[in-house]
Ligand binder design. Sequence first.
Ligand SMILES: *Cc1c(COP(=O)(O)O)cnc(C)c1O
Length: 405
Amino acid sequence: MSSANPRPPTADLYDAHVLNNYGRPPLTLVRGRGAQVWDDEENAYLDFTSGIAVSALGHCHPHWVQAVQHQAGQLIHTSNLFRNPRQGDLARRLVERAGPGRVFFCNSGAEANEGLIKLARLHGMRKAGGVEGRCIKIIGAEQGFHGRTFGGMSATPQEKIQHGFRPLLTGFSFGKLNDLRSFADLIDQDTAAIFIETIQGEGGINPATPEFLRGLRTLCTENNLLLMLDEVQCGVGRTGAFFAFEHADVRPDAIGMAKGLGGGFPIGAIWIGETAQDLFQPGMHGTTFGGTPLACAAALAVLDVMEQEDLLANVQQLSPAWHQQLAALVEAYPQHVKRLKGSGYMVGLQMVEDAAGWVALLRAEGLLAPMAGGNVVRLLPPLNATAAELTQAVDCFQRVLAAKS
Ligand SMILES: *Cc1c(COP(=O)(O)O)cnc(C)c1O
């Protein structure tokens, strides 16, 4: 493994010049194919990090590569001062999935969520009869995560995210996930929106239950609040449905998405349903880079491959057996693993101890998996991961657990 060899100069260059805001392992990745990546010493890894749920098609899917190469030779960027045909195509495809409404394109999950928070302010102003600044409250969930911008941090009630950056935006309060009462109790006439992840990712893979989501829908409708769902991590097929909320059969008023949408190319989007789509009028929001022809071509390639290779069905069909294999690890090693959480290709093993040590052991065994919420090891395979690859990850985990028992 790399730690035994002298570190190559790329690592020195990196560590000398790149901002030190991540605690990174000593690993330099140089190429990838499907669910595999290779480091600069030709070690292969099974990549169940997928760039944090981004590489939905795995690495360098040939159709995606071809689409991006083709678009790069045609038109890359125009700004949003003009129409571009790829953006219209992609917006239509997302509206087909989400329901009647409109789409705004941006470049990241945090930027999508900023758009949602601004939307909540506009809805609040409408609700307050045009008075600005009064109806601005947004209710989120404990252990939620919505990004690192000021809006995103304000919606993220975690000391490790917020510390050092206060004062944040005002108006945020937080209920307990899956405790409808705790959300209802926070609503007053100055509340504009409820904003949660359908499945909490960074907080440790905590799904909102279907009953809870339906309860929030009713609360929002009764109190004239927007129900805004952050599907940045759990959306775009990760759970075997295009959006995770589809499992609960609810429709939100607005959706934030990003990670998997571009299959590795940076793109984010918000979908706004018909009741709120006209709140943004010309000049009220914007972004220079959002929805470039190139980014949209990448996202269209993701949607095309999802359809051509029936990837939602792949996730639906392979998940149950995989979850069973993982549940068997919980049974076999209760001294190390507490439980399995999540849905489809977005799962977490909650460990008894801090997950960081396990993540390092898994890496040494050839499996890349991110941690979440302190003691959860996340597994986020590409949506086209095969049964053999899923089992390979389980075997890796099993070896690591057995070696510590
Ligand atoms: C990753 C993530 C974000 C932030 O996305 P960035 O692209 O890193 O800004 C927001 N919400 C959720 C649920 C996420 O998982």
